[in-house]
Design a protein around this ligand. Structure first.
Ligand SMILES: *[C@@H]1O[C@H](CO)[C@@H](O)[C@H](O)[C@H]1NC(C)=O
Ligand SMILES: *[C@@H]1O[C@H](CO)[C@@H](O)[C@H](O)[C@H]1NC(C)=O
Length: 348
């Protein structure tokens, strides 16, 4: 988030920096992630962003069925926020809506069959794993086992839906995950037939409320990065961004919305890690949300600033509207037509 301007055409170095942090000390190098917040991701470069298509499919099922796995102990109020965000992807709401954000960027990506990324999602099943089937400390590879447990659960298994399904593993604040908070806030990948029975896209997002809100729920908590770094809001060299009030009153969950939006956009445009990404190497691809990390409005990206966003009557910050009168903050995404980071709250 260092020096990126939203319409700056030269972002490739950001890509390299973010990807390197995402994959460091991981034995699953190609797992795609939302990196933890750092003020120096976005670096001015001299190279053009080369967002390219690599011949693989995009997520185009209409609807695409989302299957939620609530891992750990979840509060109903937190679940309601995340369900409403997912419902908002394909529902109308006052402009700028979550569905405008989706329609104006991820939906603009196509694959070699001519199919666009879907504009229709349905939450088609939910599974509660409140008994921590694989413990309170998960390795990345365990995510596939968690999904396997859910689709073979007795008595209420989630459907195994290889044609139009995607699985979302959501971990509660007490669950530790390999590299969570140290390097990543979430990731997406696909299941292996040898583990789950089919190859199907999935993503994981963790609730960082107690473990590292300054890394994974920024800007709803003071930025925290590096050894001995000061708080955000002007401290620690992170720039002048003050902590923002979360639109649904829960920094951990509103932070998950940001990461979930990031991962959904990347999963949908690059589900098998062979469709849309920039950079030369498939083990360190830079995807459509990586390029715009930390940008939420006009003027965002420079010095850790989120950019121009709206304020609700209670002072909370948001840039899109959703169902049930909800408001959310989502990051901008790389728009292939504009060749720039973009969100529907942009003034141009
Ligand atoms: C599909 O993507 C193309 C290429 O970006 C775009 O022109 C078109 O409007 C998209 N279709 C829909 C329904 O969004
Ligand atoms: C942000 O909003 C203010 C007030 O509407 C406006 O004056 C300013 O130009 C905007 N900044 C950018 C970068 O668009």
């Amino acid at each position: 988030m260092g020096r990126l301007l939203p319409h700056h055409p030269s972002l490739l170095l950001l890509a390299a920096a973010a990807a390197a942090i995402c994959i460091s000390s991981s034995n699953l190098a190609a797992v795609r992630c939302t990196p933890v917040y750092r003020p120096d991701y976005l670096v001015d470069g001299n190279q053009l962003v080369d967002m390219q298509y690599h011949m693989g499919p995009v997520v185009s099922g209409s609807p695409t069925n989302l299957y939620l796995i609530w891992y750990g102990r979840w509060e109903p109020a937190a679940q309601a926020v995340l369900r409403d965000f997912l419902a908002s992807l394909s529902a109308s709401a006052p402009f700028p809506a979550v569905s405008d954000w989706w329609a104006r960027t991820p939906r603009m990506y196509t694959d070699q069959t001519g199919a666009n990324v879907t504009g229709a999602f349905a939450v088609a099943g939910e599974h509660s794993d409140a008994g921590y089937s694989h413990g309170a400390s998960l390795r990345r590879a365990d995510m596939q086992s968690v999904i396997r447990s859910a689709v073979y659960a007795y008595p209420d298994p989630l459907p195994l839906d290889p044609y139009s399904g995607a699985y979302l593993v959501l971990t509660s604040p007490d669950v530790q995950v390999d590299e969570f908070c140290r390097a990543v806030c979430g990731f997406h990948y696909f299941t292996f037939a040898s583990v789950v029975g089919v190859t199907v896209p999935y993503l994981w997002v963790g609730n960082s409320a107690t473990q590292c809100p300054g890394k994974c729920a920024y800007p709803f908590a003071a930025a925290e990065y590096g050894a001995g770094a000061g708080a955000g809001g002007g401290g620690g060299g992170g720039g002048g961004q003050a902590v923002l009030r979360p639109p649904n009153g829960d920094a951990g969950v509103d932070g998950m919305v940001i990461v979930l939006g990031h991962e959904l956009a990347e999963m949908s445009t690059n589900p098998l890690v062979n469709a849309w990404y920039a950079g030369d190497t498939p083990t360190a691809p830079t995807e459509i949300a990586d390029l715009c990390l930390g940008v939420y409005g006009d003027g965002g990206g420079a010095g850790g600033m989120v950019g121009n966003v709206s304020r609700a009557p209670d002072g909370s910050a948001y840039n899109v509207n959703g169902v049930n009168g909800r408001r959310f903050l989502v990051q901008w995404l790389w728009n292939p037509v504009r060749a720039a980071c973009y969100g529907p709250n942009s003034s141009n």
